[in-house]
Design a protein around this ligand. Structure first.
Ligand code: SME
Length: 188
């Protein structure tokens, strides 16, 4: 049964422990639920509350959420569209290849940006953001279905008002979360 306490984080947890709780709670919430809107919405909430329970710079996260592959992208011109998130109102669509999110989507690689002003093409949805991490969510076809290339279906985006707000711990755990989310949802 879903309970709001899933997003309650003890005040003295380490970043690793907070991420571990995010993954555990997400796995529980995804049980018998594969709707991507529902699952991304609860995951955005878990991430937000996890960051807010941590010391600086993590508690200076000002945006945590998702962009998904826009099913209305024009042929040959894939774009991301805003998905569930916690934080202020944000840009609605982002072409693959533009900004930090579009670069992660186009290259299917995690982007850790310590200073967003130094990132060519960074899209400043919120002028308060100083650093950012974007992790692609890639659906890998099962060997049974013939294998093949992975498909970027969404990205995780987290912004921070502190410079250098993210490190290898964030990368490691958000990449684990991206794999869990990829396999736990039915994507449009
Ligand atoms: N800064 C991002 C845009 C998304 S917002 O930060 C929520 C980018 O450059 O892709």
């Amino acid at each position: 049964m879903v309970h709001a306490d899933a997003a309650k984080f003890a005040p003295d947890v380490t970043k690793e422990q907070a991420y571990e709780q995010v993954l555990d709670q997400a796995e529980g919430l995804f049980f018998e639920q594969r709707n991507w809107v529902c699952n991304l919405a609860n995951t955005a909430s878990l991430l937000w509350h996890a960051y807010k329970s941590l010391p600086a710079p993590s508690n200076q996260v000002n945006w945590a959420g998702f962009y998904t592959l826009d099913p209305q992208s024009r042929p040959g011109k894939p774009q991301l569209i805003l998905g569930p998130f916690s934080g202020k109102v944000a840009c609605q669509t982002i072409p693959f290849g533009r900004g930090v999110c579009g670069t992660a989507a186009a290259t299917a690689t995690t982007q850790v940006v310590g200073d967003v002003d130094a990132f060519p093409g960074h899209i400043a949805c919120d002028g308060d953001s100083r650093s950012e991490i974007v992790v692609p969510i890639v659906v890998v076809p099962s060997a049974g279905s013939g294998g093949g290339e992975g498909r970027v279906v969404a990205i995780i985006d987290v912004d921070c008002t502190a410079p250098d707000g993210f490190d290898d711990v964030d990368r490691l755990w958000l990449e684990k979360l991206a794999r869990l989310v990829a396999e736990s949802c039915d994507w449009p």
